[in-house]
Design a protein around this ligand. Structure first.
Ligand code: PBG
Ligand code: ZN
Length: 315
């Protein structure tokens, strides 16, 4: 067995999995109330950008060799209906136009309401409960407005039942049959989103997200969630988070012949980032960690390390 490990070049020759920057997606936070950029306290090295600072950041990503971004917007105004989410000149819609007009990046936009509602919930509240179908009609409007702005892929992350099908119909009806949908098919109710809620100012003001995000104690529910997203028209399916859920990644990859995106979330980034910054772990940890996600079956990985990995020419 050791002959196959004798030198670096032999190990390269025999390696099966590599991390290619073209398969990575970098999250980008755009804040309507900000000028310039501001570091996110819980995620050292990751920033919110004002719309004025967005072009320079996209330039930086493109120069490093990245090809894909996923946009998140932080609006100035929040209300019970999340009405800043579907404005023609909303923060995400403007960001999409900037990215499309000046860069050659695949532009993905996260589609949810938690950044836009005054409750911080991912949908519209009726009688203390997130109303599924009232929420879908808002998602449809957001999808059409992103598509009008020129988005390549919309990524609904709110975990409402039927969201992919509803958005597919809305896109087709508004003349956007080539806009793709990346469904957050398997999104578990996870503590690992905590730093993101600080990044995107989207923490629920009341309650939690357990009435729509998945319970990690269930073993087979992901098969149903994934099948439904595919039936409803998802072009790309997802597992989220990544580490702690690689068993799910492997199984979804083995069972479903659809491109599989895996979202390595904010808490994963923050844990590893802090350990690196404290000198507790060496930088090669990033390569080992992202490789494990591809080895489990991911076709695409959303990671806050994307820029760093691309800048180093791979992991
Ligand atoms: C919004 C959304 C969340 C993430 C992506 N889209 C947060 C949540 O559902 O609480 C998490 C991303 C991360 O933690 O990096 N629905
Ligand atoms: Zn949400």
């Amino acid at each position: 067995m050791r002959r196959a490990r004798v030198s670096q070049s032999i190990r390269e020759l025999l390696s099966d999995v590599s991390v290619d920057a073209r398969k990575l997606i970098m999250p980008v936070f755009v804040d309507e109330g900000l000028n310039g950029k501001r570091e996110i306290g819980s995620m050292p090295g990751i920033f919110r950008y004002g719309i004025d600072a967005l072009p320079d950041h996209l330039d930086e990503l493109q120069h490093a060799g990245l090809k894909n971004i996923i946009l998140f917007g932080i609006p100035k105004e929040k209300d019970s209906g999340g009405s800043s989410s579907y404005l023609r000149d909303g923060i995400v819609q403007r960001s999409i136009r900037i990215a499309r007009e000046n860069f050659s990046l695949n532009v993905i936009a996260d589609l949810c309401l938690c950044e836009y509602t005054d409750t911080g919930q991912c949908g519209i509240i009726r009688d203390g409960y997130v109303d599924n179908d009232a929420t879908l009609s808002v998602y449809d409007r957001i999808a059409a407005s992103y598509a009008d702005a020129g988005v390549d892929v919309v990524a609904p992350s709110g975990m409402m039942d039927g969201q992919v099908g509803s958005i597919r119909r809305a896109l087709d009806k508004s003349g956007h049959e080539n806009v793709m949908i990346m469904g957050y098919s398997n999104k578990y109710a996870s503590t690992l989103y905590a730093p993101f809620r600080d990044a995107a100012d989207s923490a629920p003001r009341v309650g939690d997200r357990k009435s729509y995000q998945m319970d990690y104690r269930r073993k087979k529910e992901y098969l149903m969630e994934t099948s439904l997203d595919i039936e409803e028209g998802a072009d790309i399916i997802m597992v989220k988070p990544a580490i702690f859920y690689l068993d799910i990644v492997k199984s979804v990859s083995d069972h479903f012949p659809k491109p599989l995106a895996v979202y390595s979330v904010s808490g994963e980034y923050s844990m590893i980032r802090h350990a690196l910054d404290l000198g507790i772990l060496p930088h090669e940890t990033v390569g080992e960690y992202i490789t494990s996600i591809f080895r489990a079956g991911a076709n695409l990985v959303i990671t806050y390390f994307a820029l760093e990995i691309a800048g180093k020419g791979g992991a």
